[in-house]
Design a protein around this ligand. Structure first.
Ligand code: NAP
Length: 481
């Protein structure tokens, strides 16, 4: 007898890139690991006029190639038995009758998940049409893909529209960074070890850096990227979540709302930016041609003279007792020198000490989320030989090797949490809107700013202005330390 929760997963956007590349391969991994109820079913839905065979043939061609591990023909054959298909146009209310009939006829479970992997402009109409056929009852959960809006007002509008039909506890807003093991591990590191939490404050920490750097440029997605930019694509969501997990107080428990309450407090404690203070605290960058690579303005479908940022660095400050006076530097960029997502805590200088070299490097804790999942604590050790000098060496944990057990991809973990009704790794409305509120002065400043973004050479670590942002406080970016 299975202990898994039975489910019907209605996957809107089932023919799309995200479903084919991530969602279905992650569901396959959960299937192989025995984490899906034997009767759990996946109903693919999109506009395309396909029958079940036509859909399966698309899955064979477009999705199977993205299963990178644990593939076997037998497992695949048993996985695809879970897949069904129905044509539903979100904008056509009549199509939802067939959807409701199919779900009700097929339902052997009280657990229905509707995953909206479609453009956000469809969310309101999809929810209204689902509600019209009763697919918003208490047993239905709705999953909303990012981006949830392009600014505070549009995000509030989406949330208000969805809230007409679904209660907050039925709404699962995805930020796949929250599904990453290495980010969740931060809570274990901080709250399950005696030696970190006592030092995790402004008395011992001088600055914090949060980085998501990509080596790729915008590739063929110039048209999409140009209306989005790095601030909306990365800062407002992923980097804000990294900031929350790094800076939050210990939650009363790991219950969804206890954790989310603490995260909201961090965002609300951020010193608000003003349209004027943005000039001092935010760097907007754009990559330029170098080493045979195009600059952003030469990329396909990027409008001439675009000011869209491919790089952002922000100096943020948290105005609470724990963090007052500690700058948090957030940055993200495309066409950077390396591909990495990491959190770096720079400890304060020890000051005078008894060793021969006058300036031993301060301690540094580096939590790498990708490409490797690791924790490295840079410490001072004695240089071998005569005399008594010290030098830096790292104590390290390679999380992939140190801890046994299969590491799930973020989307697998999140899909399983939705199926099992666990909200903790999803954004609550107030959290999301507080994050938008924080970045709004940046968007407003840039909308009126006639100064072009700072250029940085493709495959460099970003503009000189970002180096100066830290130098003003006597700090350096991690790669320069
Ligand atoms: P996509 O490749 O353009 O696919 C869009 C999907 O929506 C297709 O299945 C399409 O069906 C369906 N669709 C469009 N109009 C519809 C309608 N009127 N009624 C029903 N279905 C309709 O998009 P995607 O890349 O998969 O992205 C989906 C969502 O996830 C977007 O909001 C995106 O921003 C977000 N997201 C994507 C990624 C990613 O890596 N791709 C990452 C994070 C977030 P037809 O093909 O039948 O028209």
């Amino acid at each position: 007898m299975s202990t898994q929760t039975n489910f019907d997963l209605v996957l809107f956007g089932a023919t799309g890139d995200l479903a084919m590349r991530k969602l279905l391969p992650c569901l396959y991994q959960a299937h192989v690991a025995g984490l899906l109820h034997p009767q759990g079913r996946i109903l693919g839905v999109s506009r395309s006029q396909l029958d079940a065979e036509g859909f399966l043939s698309k899955v064979e061609t477009n999705s199977k190639i993205h299963v990178k591990q644990n593939f076997s023909d037998d497992q695949w054959a048993s996985f695809i038995k879970r897949l069904h298909y129905l044509t539903v146009d979100v904008t056509n209310a009549a199509d939802f009758d067939a959807l409701a009939a199919t779900v009700k006829a097929r339902t052997e479970t009280e657990n229905v998940i509707v995953y909206l992997s479609t453009a956000p402009k469809f969310f309101a109409q999809a929810c209204e049409n689902l509600a019209n056929v009763g697919l918003n009852a208490a047993n239905v959960r709705v999953v909303l893909e990012k981006p949830l809006g392009t600014d505070l007002a549009s995000s509030q509008q989406i949330n208000t529209d969805v809230a007409r039909y679904f209660k907050e506890e039925q709404i699962y807003r995805i930020d796949h960074y929250l599904g990453k093991e290495s980010l969740q591990n931060l809570l274990a590191l901080r709250f399950a070890n005696v030696m970190f939490e006592p030092l995790w404050n402004n008395k011992y920490i001088k600055s914090v850096q949060l980085t998501i750097a990509e080596q790729l440029g915008v590739e063929e997605r110039g048209e999409f990227y140009d209306i989005t930019g790095a601030l909306r694509d990365m800062i407002q969501n992923h980097l804000m979540q990294m900031l929350c997990m790094t800076a939050m107080e210990a939650p009363a428990s790991l219950d969804a709302d206890d954790v989310r309450d603490e995260k909201v407090k961090v965002i609300k404690s951020l010193k608000p930016l003003t349209v004027e203070s943005v000039n001092e605290n935010v760097v907007r960058g754009q990559y330029t041609a170098a080493a045979g690579m195009n600059g952003y303005l030469e990329e396909l479908n990027v409008p001439a003279g675009s000011f869209t940022e491919t790089y952002v660095a922000i100096k943020a400050e948290i105005e609470n007792e724990r963090w007052k006076g500690v700058p948090f530097y957030l940055r993200t960029g495309k066409r950077m020198a390396g591909k990495v997502a990491e959190i770096v805590l720079n400890f304060r200088d020890l000051g005078d000490h008894i060793f021969e070299n006058s300036q031993a490097a301060p301690n540094r804790l580096v939590i790498e989320l990708q490409p490797n999942e690791s924790v490295r604590l840079y410490t001072q050790v004695k240089t071998p030989g005569a005399g008594f000098k010290v030098e830096t060496a790292a104590l390290g944990i390679d999380l992939g090797k140190a801890v046994a057990g299969r590491r799930q991809e973020a989307y697998e973990r999140l899909l399983l949490d939705v199926i099992n009704g666990k909200l903790g790794l999803f954004n609550r409305r107030d959290e999301l809107e507080a994050a938008w509120e924080y970045v709004m002065p940046i968007l407003e400043n840039w909308a009126d700013n006639t100064q072009a973004p700072h250029g940085y050479a493709a495959h460099s670590w970003g503009p000189e202005a970002a180096r100066e942002l830290l130098a003003r406080d006597g700090n350096k970016w991690h790669e320069e330390q």
